[in-house]
Design a protein. Sequence first.
Lengths: 89, 200
Amino acid sequence: MLLIKCPWCGARAETEFSYGGEADIKRPEAPDKLSDKEWADYLFMRKNPRGTHRELWNHSQGCRRWFGAERNTVTYQIADIFTLSEDSG
Amino acid sequence: MFKESNRSHGLESFIAPESEQNSQAQIKVSIQSNVAHINLRGKIKHRPFLEHMETVLDQKLPVKPNTTNFENHSIFWLGPDEWLILCPLSEATKLVKDLQGSGGSMHAAVNDVSGGQIALRLDGNHVRDVLAKGCTLDLHPSVFGQGMCAQSNLAKANVLISMGHEPHAFDLIVRRSFSDYLLHWLKVAAAEYTTEWSES
């Protein structure tokens, strides 16, 4: 089991968290000008790298806040934990 | 003993009649039915919010994660912008009104969530051992001591566990819909100890 360090609550068991997929995906600024291919890209296409992956986590059974983690998809080692700018209290 | 003034909580079947109460029990479970739960949300960086709340509550909000402040009311840290306040049921309506204030420039949310959750007090030397059976938190006194609180899972149910009022007393706050399940689990988990179940 992973021990994930919530930026607020500290290290907690993986069972308290839920995974939120790839981080840093920005909603298109002009959605009505997008082609179908660009929409599909935004909605469905993910990097799925082997190695370092920036991803979102939610401390759903704890403080219920979103944050980001930089996790290695091979070793499961979490190198960095970061908060999302607006939600730091 | 079921008192007229107490709010019904559906857990009456767990409470032993007064004649069967065992005051020497190793673990005492008390259902806190006369307590109101108020959820408070707001940004601590927002000065009018913090000043107004701390004036009305007459105590500091615990802004450090996983901590409590039991000076006046029982206040638990739930998140960087969220707290739980426990107060006597009879004072809740006035407190909610006072916390909401006159509105103005303050950005905050105050909600009475008493109907949705229930508080239990667990007292005794072996409470830690029982809780540890269903919880991933490190409950050792050196890590989880007085004045601490944490939201986590207890036997898969989402709970707020807190330590503070007395050296061996834990407060357990759980959603009402999970309370029946959690008390059944607690009964089995604490089977090796003598227990007393009451209401206050």
